[in-house]
Unconditional design. Structure first.
Length: 323
Protein backbone atom coordinates (compact mmCIF):
# COMPACT_ATOMS: atom_id res chain seq x y z
CA UNK A 1 0.00 0.00 0.00
CA UNK A 2 2.85 2.40 0.88
CA UNK A 3 4.65 1.70 -2.41
CA UNK A 4 1.42 2.23 -4.41
CA UNK A 5 0.88 5.52 -2.62
CA UNK A 6 4.41 6.71 -3.38
CA UNK A 7 4.13 5.68 -7.05
CA UNK A 8 0.82 7.49 -7.31
CA UNK A 9 2.33 10.64 -5.83
CA UNK A 10 5.30 10.43 -8.22
CA UNK A 11 2.97 10.07 -11.22
CA UNK A 12 0.96 13.05 -10.10
CA UNK A 13 4.09 15.20 -9.92
CA UNK A 14 4.89 14.43 -13.58
CA UNK A 15 1.57 15.88 -14.81
CA UNK A 16 1.44 19.42 -16.17
CA UNK A 17 0.36 22.03 -13.69
CA UNK A 18 -2.97 22.52 -15.51
CA UNK A 19 -3.81 18.84 -15.17
CA UNK A 20 -3.02 18.92 -11.43
CA UNK A 21 -5.30 21.89 -10.88
CA UNK A 22 -8.54 21.38 -9.00
CA UNK A 23 -11.41 20.34 -11.26
CA UNK A 24 -13.73 23.09 -12.43
CA UNK A 25 -16.77 23.70 -10.27
CA UNK A 26 -19.89 21.80 -11.31
CA UNK A 27 -22.22 23.78 -13.54
CA UNK A 28 -25.81 22.66 -14.03
CA UNK A 29 -26.76 21.85 -17.63
CA UNK A 30 -29.71 24.18 -17.12
CA UNK A 31 -27.24 27.02 -16.59
CA UNK A 32 -24.82 26.04 -19.37
CA UNK A 33 -25.53 27.38 -22.88
CA UNK A 34 -25.43 24.91 -25.75
CA UNK A 35 -22.12 24.90 -27.59
CA UNK A 36 -21.81 25.24 -31.36
CA UNK A 37 -20.82 22.02 -33.13
CA UNK A 38 -20.28 21.30 -36.81
CA UNK A 39 -21.39 17.74 -36.05
CA UNK A 40 -24.78 18.84 -34.70
CA UNK A 41 -26.73 17.77 -37.86
CA UNK A 42 -25.34 14.24 -37.39
CA UNK A 43 -25.83 14.06 -33.64
CA UNK A 44 -28.88 12.46 -31.99
CA UNK A 45 -31.99 14.57 -32.65
CA UNK A 46 -35.39 13.70 -31.24
CA UNK A 47 -37.77 16.54 -32.11
CA UNK A 48 -38.81 18.06 -35.43
CA UNK A 49 -41.39 20.69 -36.40
CA UNK A 50 -42.45 23.05 -39.16
CA UNK A 51 -42.15 26.80 -38.55
CA UNK A 52 -43.88 28.05 -41.66
CA UNK A 53 -41.62 26.88 -44.48
CA UNK A 54 -38.70 26.41 -42.08
CA UNK A 55 -37.87 23.10 -40.41
CA UNK A 56 -36.58 23.10 -36.84
CA UNK A 57 -34.95 20.09 -35.11
CA UNK A 58 -33.89 19.67 -31.47
CA UNK A 59 -31.80 17.08 -29.67
CA UNK A 60 -28.93 16.26 -27.35
CA UNK A 61 -26.86 18.87 -25.50
CA UNK A 62 -29.36 21.61 -26.27
CA UNK A 63 -28.77 21.41 -30.01
CA UNK A 64 -31.32 23.31 -32.10
CA UNK A 65 -31.03 23.32 -35.89
CA UNK A 66 -33.05 24.95 -38.67
CA UNK A 67 -33.33 24.42 -42.41
CA UNK A 68 -34.82 26.75 -45.02
CA UNK A 69 -34.27 24.44 -48.01
CA UNK A 70 -36.41 21.39 -47.19
CA UNK A 71 -33.76 19.75 -45.05
CA UNK A 72 -30.79 19.85 -47.41
CA UNK A 73 -28.76 22.24 -45.24
CA UNK A 74 -28.97 22.95 -41.52
CA UNK A 75 -27.84 25.85 -39.35
CA UNK A 76 -27.39 25.69 -35.58
CA UNK A 77 -29.32 28.21 -33.49
CA UNK A 78 -27.44 31.32 -32.45
CA UNK A 79 -28.37 31.12 -28.77
CA UNK A 80 -29.75 28.28 -26.64
CA UNK A 81 -29.43 28.90 -22.88
CA UNK A 82 -29.20 25.24 -21.77
CA UNK A 83 -27.21 22.11 -22.56
CA UNK A 84 -29.97 19.77 -21.41
CA UNK A 85 -31.13 17.24 -23.98
CA UNK A 86 -34.17 18.55 -25.84
CA UNK A 87 -36.89 16.08 -26.80
CA UNK A 88 -39.69 17.86 -28.66
CA UNK A 89 -40.51 21.14 -30.42
CA UNK A 90 -43.69 22.79 -31.67
CA UNK A 91 -44.54 26.08 -33.41
CA UNK A 92 -47.86 27.86 -32.99
CA UNK A 93 -46.92 30.37 -35.72
CA UNK A 94 -44.00 30.58 -38.16
CA UNK A 95 -42.16 32.74 -35.61
CA UNK A 96 -43.25 31.58 -32.17
CA UNK A 97 -42.28 28.12 -30.93
CA UNK A 98 -41.47 26.10 -27.84
CA UNK A 99 -39.09 23.21 -27.10
CA UNK A 100 -39.06 20.89 -24.08
CA UNK A 101 -36.71 18.28 -22.72
CA UNK A 102 -34.73 16.85 -19.87
CA UNK A 103 -34.50 18.59 -16.50
CA UNK A 104 -38.10 19.75 -17.07
CA UNK A 105 -36.94 22.56 -19.33
CA UNK A 106 -39.21 24.71 -21.50
CA UNK A 107 -37.59 27.02 -24.07
CA UNK A 108 -39.30 29.62 -26.26
CA UNK A 109 -38.42 31.44 -29.47
CA UNK A 110 -40.00 34.42 -31.20
CA UNK A 111 -37.75 34.45 -34.28
CA UNK A 112 -38.43 31.07 -35.90
CA UNK A 113 -35.86 29.22 -33.82
CA UNK A 114 -32.76 31.39 -34.24
CA UNK A 115 -32.59 32.39 -30.56
CA UNK A 116 -34.18 30.79 -27.51
CA UNK A 117 -34.98 31.80 -23.93
CA UNK A 118 -35.77 29.63 -20.94
CA UNK A 119 -39.32 29.94 -19.61
CA UNK A 120 -39.38 27.08 -17.10
CA UNK A 121 -37.35 24.22 -15.70
CA UNK A 122 -37.91 21.31 -13.34
CA UNK A 123 -36.30 23.07 -10.39
CA UNK A 124 -39.52 25.04 -10.11
CA UNK A 125 -41.32 21.78 -9.37
CA UNK A 126 -38.94 20.79 -6.56
CA UNK A 127 -36.16 18.20 -6.37
CA UNK A 128 -38.09 15.42 -8.07
CA UNK A 129 -39.31 17.68 -10.86
CA UNK A 130 -35.76 18.61 -11.76
CA UNK A 131 -35.07 14.96 -12.58
CA UNK A 132 -38.09 14.38 -14.81
CA UNK A 133 -38.01 15.09 -18.56
CA UNK A 134 -40.75 16.82 -20.46
CA UNK A 135 -41.51 14.74 -23.56
CA UNK A 136 -43.84 16.82 -25.71
CA UNK A 137 -45.38 20.27 -26.10
CA UNK A 138 -48.35 21.71 -27.98
CA UNK A 139 -49.77 25.20 -28.42
CA UNK A 140 -53.19 25.87 -29.94
CA UNK A 141 -52.24 29.51 -30.41
CA UNK A 142 -49.59 31.93 -29.14
CA UNK A 143 -51.05 31.95 -25.62
CA UNK A 144 -52.50 28.54 -24.75
CA UNK A 145 -50.12 25.60 -24.43
CA UNK A 146 -49.53 22.32 -22.64
CA UNK A 147 -46.39 20.28 -21.94
CA UNK A 148 -46.38 16.65 -20.79
CA UNK A 149 -43.72 14.28 -19.51
CA UNK A 150 -42.54 11.56 -17.19
CA UNK A 151 -44.54 10.37 -14.18
CA UNK A 152 -47.67 12.19 -15.29
CA UNK A 153 -46.12 15.64 -15.48
CA UNK A 154 -48.59 18.04 -17.06
CA UNK A 155 -47.91 21.78 -17.36
CA UNK A 156 -50.34 24.40 -18.65
CA UNK A 157 -49.94 28.04 -19.70
CA UNK A 158 -52.48 30.66 -20.72
CA UNK A 159 -50.04 33.50 -21.36
CA UNK A 160 -47.60 32.21 -23.93
CA UNK A 161 -45.39 30.52 -21.34
CA UNK A 162 -44.64 33.50 -19.13
CA UNK A 163 -46.22 31.43 -16.37
CA UNK A 164 -46.51 27.64 -16.32
CA UNK A 165 -48.54 25.79 -13.72
CA UNK A 166 -48.46 22.10 -12.81
CA UNK A 167 -51.89 20.49 -13.35
CA UNK A 168 -51.55 16.67 -13.15
CA UNK A 169 -55.09 16.40 -11.77
CA UNK A 170 -56.43 17.57 -15.13
CA UNK A 171 -55.83 14.05 -16.49
CA UNK A 172 -57.35 10.63 -15.71
CA UNK A 173 -53.93 9.25 -14.75
CA UNK A 174 -54.10 7.93 -11.17
CA UNK A 175 -50.92 5.84 -11.65
CA UNK A 176 -48.91 8.88 -12.79
CA UNK A 177 -48.00 7.06 -16.00
CA UNK A 178 -45.54 8.65 -18.40
CA UNK A 179 -47.16 10.98 -20.94
CA UNK A 180 -45.33 10.82 -24.27
CA UNK A 181 -47.30 13.01 -26.66
CA UNK A 182 -49.88 15.79 -26.80
CA UNK A 183 -51.54 16.77 -30.10
CA UNK A 184 -54.69 18.33 -31.45
CA UNK A 185 -56.33 15.96 -33.94
CA UNK A 186 -59.36 17.39 -35.65
CA UNK A 187 -61.29 19.31 -33.03
CA UNK A 188 -59.99 17.35 -30.02
CA UNK A 189 -56.84 17.59 -27.92
CA UNK A 190 -55.26 14.20 -27.13
CA UNK A 191 -52.53 12.86 -24.84
CA UNK A 192 -50.84 9.48 -25.41
CA UNK A 193 -48.95 7.59 -22.73
CA UNK A 194 -47.83 4.25 -21.38
CA UNK A 195 -49.95 1.19 -20.54
CA UNK A 196 -52.43 1.95 -23.31
CA UNK A 197 -53.25 5.39 -21.95
CA UNK A 198 -55.10 7.66 -24.36
CA UNK A 199 -56.70 10.81 -23.00
CA UNK A 200 -59.16 13.13 -24.80
CA UNK A 201 -59.91 16.63 -23.55
CA UNK A 202 -63.63 17.04 -22.90
CA UNK A 203 -63.56 20.81 -22.46
CA UNK A 204 -62.43 20.83 -18.85
CA UNK A 205 -60.11 17.86 -18.33
CA UNK A 206 -58.46 14.90 -20.08
CA UNK A 207 -60.62 11.79 -19.93
CA UNK A 208 -59.27 8.27 -20.55
CA UNK A 209 -60.56 6.43 -23.61
CA UNK A 210 -60.07 2.62 -23.37
CA UNK A 211 -58.19 0.99 -26.25
CA UNK A 212 -57.49 -2.62 -27.26
CA UNK A 213 -53.74 -2.21 -26.65
CA UNK A 214 -52.21 -2.14 -23.17
CA UNK A 215 -48.68 -1.13 -24.13
CA UNK A 216 -47.01 2.24 -24.60
CA UNK A 217 -48.27 4.76 -27.12
CA UNK A 218 -45.60 7.16 -28.40
CA UNK A 219 -47.87 9.42 -30.43
CA UNK A 220 -51.32 10.35 -31.66
CA UNK A 221 -52.26 11.93 -35.01
CA UNK A 222 -54.87 11.98 -37.78
CA UNK A 223 -57.48 14.32 -39.23
CA UNK A 224 -61.11 15.33 -38.73
CA UNK A 225 -62.37 11.85 -39.65
CA UNK A 226 -59.85 9.46 -38.07
CA UNK A 227 -57.53 9.51 -35.07
CA UNK A 228 -54.67 7.02 -34.68
CA UNK A 229 -52.28 6.18 -31.86
CA UNK A 230 -48.99 4.36 -32.47
CA UNK A 231 -46.53 2.73 -30.11
CA UNK A 232 -44.44 -0.27 -29.14
CA UNK A 233 -44.06 -3.46 -31.19
CA UNK A 234 -45.67 -2.01 -34.32
CA UNK A 235 -49.01 -1.40 -32.65
CA UNK A 236 -51.49 1.08 -34.10
CA UNK A 237 -55.10 1.67 -33.07
CA UNK A 238 -57.66 3.74 -34.99
CA UNK A 239 -60.96 5.40 -34.18
CA UNK A 240 -63.46 7.07 -36.49
CA UNK A 241 -65.95 8.07 -33.77
CA UNK A 242 -63.93 10.41 -31.60
CA UNK A 243 -62.32 7.68 -29.52
CA UNK A 244 -65.41 5.84 -28.35
CA UNK A 245 -64.39 2.72 -30.26
CA UNK A 246 -60.99 1.59 -31.50
CA UNK A 247 -59.74 -1.01 -33.95
CA UNK A 248 -56.25 -2.45 -34.19
CA UNK A 249 -54.49 -1.72 -37.50
CA UNK A 250 -52.10 -4.27 -39.01
CA UNK A 251 -48.70 -2.71 -39.77
CA UNK A 252 -46.51 -5.72 -40.53
CA UNK A 253 -43.70 -4.52 -38.26
CA UNK A 254 -42.82 -5.45 -34.70
CA UNK A 255 -40.65 -2.54 -33.58
CA UNK A 256 -41.51 0.76 -31.94
CA UNK A 257 -43.41 3.21 -34.11
CA UNK A 258 -41.95 6.46 -32.89
CA UNK A 259 -43.49 9.31 -34.88
CA UNK A 260 -46.14 10.17 -37.47
CA UNK A 261 -47.43 12.93 -39.71
CA UNK A 262 -49.93 13.67 -42.47
CA UNK A 263 -48.18 14.58 -45.71
CA UNK A 264 -49.20 17.29 -48.17
CA UNK A 265 -51.27 14.81 -50.17
CA UNK A 266 -53.24 13.86 -47.04
CA UNK A 267 -51.56 10.47 -46.64
CA UNK A 268 -50.88 9.18 -43.14
CA UNK A 269 -47.20 8.40 -42.53
CA UNK A 270 -45.67 6.52 -39.58
CA UNK A 271 -41.94 5.96 -39.01
CA UNK A 272 -40.13 3.50 -36.75
CA UNK A 273 -37.06 3.31 -34.58
CA UNK A 274 -35.62 0.79 -37.08
CA UNK A 275 -36.16 2.98 -40.14
CA UNK A 276 -39.51 1.77 -41.48
CA UNK A 277 -41.73 4.25 -43.30
CA UNK A 278 -45.38 3.18 -43.44
CA UNK A 279 -47.81 5.05 -45.69
CA UNK A 280 -51.62 4.99 -45.73
CA UNK A 281 -53.81 6.35 -48.51
CA UNK A 282 -57.05 5.43 -46.69
CA UNK A 283 -56.76 7.56 -43.55
CA UNK A 284 -55.01 4.89 -41.52
CA UNK A 285 -57.24 1.90 -42.24
CA UNK A 286 -54.22 0.14 -43.78
CA UNK A 287 -50.52 0.84 -44.29
CA UNK A 288 -47.99 -0.06 -46.97
CA UNK A 289 -44.22 -0.06 -46.28
CA UNK A 290 -42.24 2.42 -48.32
CA UNK A 291 -39.27 1.02 -50.24
CA UNK A 292 -36.09 2.82 -49.17
CA UNK A 293 -32.51 2.61 -50.33
CA UNK A 294 -31.30 2.82 -46.75
CA UNK A 295 -33.42 2.68 -43.59
CA UNK A 296 -33.05 5.72 -41.34
CA UNK A 297 -33.96 5.10 -37.67
CA UNK A 298 -36.38 7.85 -36.70
CA UNK A 299 -37.50 9.63 -33.55
CA UNK A 300 -39.41 12.41 -35.34
CA UNK A 301 -40.79 13.15 -38.80
CA UNK A 302 -42.11 16.16 -40.70
CA UNK A 303 -43.17 16.93 -44.26
CA UNK A 304 -40.83 19.06 -46.36
CA UNK A 305 -42.83 19.56 -49.52
CA UNK A 306 -44.74 17.27 -51.90
CA UNK A 307 -43.38 13.74 -51.71
CA UNK A 308 -40.62 14.67 -49.27
CA UNK A 309 -40.12 13.74 -45.64
CA UNK A 310 -37.47 14.81 -43.15
CA UNK A 311 -36.72 12.45 -40.27
CA UNK A 312 -34.65 13.08 -37.16
CA UNK A 313 -33.12 10.34 -35.06
CA UNK A 314 -29.93 8.90 -33.55
CA UNK A 315 -27.99 9.63 -36.75
CA UNK A 316 -29.17 13.22 -37.05
CA UNK A 317 -31.46 14.52 -39.81
CA UNK A 318 -32.11 12.98 -43.23
CA UNK A 319 -34.40 13.67 -46.19
CA UNK A 320 -36.49 10.88 -47.72
CA UNK A 321 -38.51 10.78 -50.93
CA UNK A 322 -42.00 9.26 -50.86
CA UNK A 323 -43.37 7.51 -53.94
Amino acid sequence: MKRRTLLGAAALLTLPAAARAAPAAFRDLLDTPALPSRLAPRSPLTGLARAGQRLVAVGQRGHVLSSDDAGRNWKQADAVPVSSDLVAVHFATPQRGWAVGHDGVVLATSDAGARWTRQFDGRQLGAQGAENPLLDVWFDDEQHGIAVGAFGTLLVTDDGGRHWRSEPALADNPKSLHLYAVRRVGDALWIAGEQGLLLRHDGSRFVARPTPYAGTFFGVFGNQRAVLAHGLRGNVVRSVDGGRNWQAVTTGVTVGLTAATVDEAGRFVIVSQAGHVLVSADEGASFVPQKLERPVPAAAVATAGPGTLVVAGPRGVATLALS
